[in-house]
Design a protein around this ligand. Structure first.
Ligand code: PEP
Length: 244
């Protein structure tokens, strides 16, 4: 069985001092056996943390990247700039970027292609709104997002993050997660054939120290994408401890 993967998305939080303290607490508290662990600080903390995490079991991820290698894109960061710093994962298409930066499935797919080409592992996020779930359109929505956001021959990680569960303290129920995981796997295989069988699928949305063990034991859940709780060393270590 492949190891589960626990990804911490710090979003727009953390000064250098906060980041160092958090990472030091994580490194000091890691159990002897660990799942794959990725921490995704803001861009400004990547160089600092690359140094701190060198040789540790915690890999470094970014929260976004551009689709181009270089050029006239003020304020953007290219995949090559990330690998240059020792970053190995990148979150793409997070619902906050889709909402606040107007990112479309097409944009996310182009970024995933560029990230893969540069040697990064893309963690592509998809998820339905509360309205879409309540009106029963969630599976259609997720199916379209997979079709639009994942490149052919996708070899990265898919993160299922129901938008209504992100930062709300209201995680999806075990039944909802199990049913959606089953749908996502079938859809991946329908759209990508054999390759769809091996894509790792994470759950994200209000994962915390209390609910992590039950969420991580649901069939086909390959790990968790954790927002708020990843900013607290004790909570994040408990989630890491709940993974296999
Ligand atoms: C996220 O932002 O990806 C996320 C899952 O946040 P939270 O864990 O805070 O719901």
């Amino acid at each position: 069985m492949t190891r589960q993967i626990i990804v911490g998305n710090w979003k727009m939080n953390g000064t250098s001092r906060d980041s160092q303290a958090l990472v030091e607490a994580l490194l000091a508290g890691l159990p002897a056996t660990v799942p794959d662990i990725v921490t995704c600080p803001p861009f400004t903390q990547l160089a600092l943390l690359a140094d701190k995490l060198k040789g540790s079991p915690i890999a470094l991820g970014a929260q976004d990247c551009h689709k181009d290698v270089s050029g006239a894109h003020t304020g953007d960061i290219s995949p090559a700039m990330l690998t240059d710093l020792g970053v190995s994962y990148v979150i793409l298409g997070h619902s906050e970027r889709r909402q606040e930066h107007g990112e479309l499935d097409e944009t996310v797919r182009e970024k995933a292609v560029a990230a893969t080409k540069a040697g990064l592992t893309p963690i592509v996020c998809i998820g339905e709104t509360e309205d879409q779930r309540e009106s029963g359109e969630h599976f259609d929505t997720l199916g379209w997002q997979i079709k639009g956001s994942l490149p052919d021959n996708f070899s990265g990680i898919l993160a299922y993050e129901p938008i209504w569960a992100i930062g709300t303290g209201r995680a999806a129920t075990e039944d909802e997660i199990a049913e959606t995981m089953k749908f996502l796997r079938e859809e991946l295989v329908r759209q990508f054939g054999e390759a769809g069988k091996t894509v790792r699928i994470l759950y994200g949305g209000s994962v915390n120290a209390k609910n992590a063990a039950s969420i991580l034991s649901i069939a086909d859940v390959a790990g968790a994408l954790v927002g708020g709780a990843s900013l607290n060393a004790e909570a994040f270590l408990s989630i890491i401890g709940a993974a296999s």
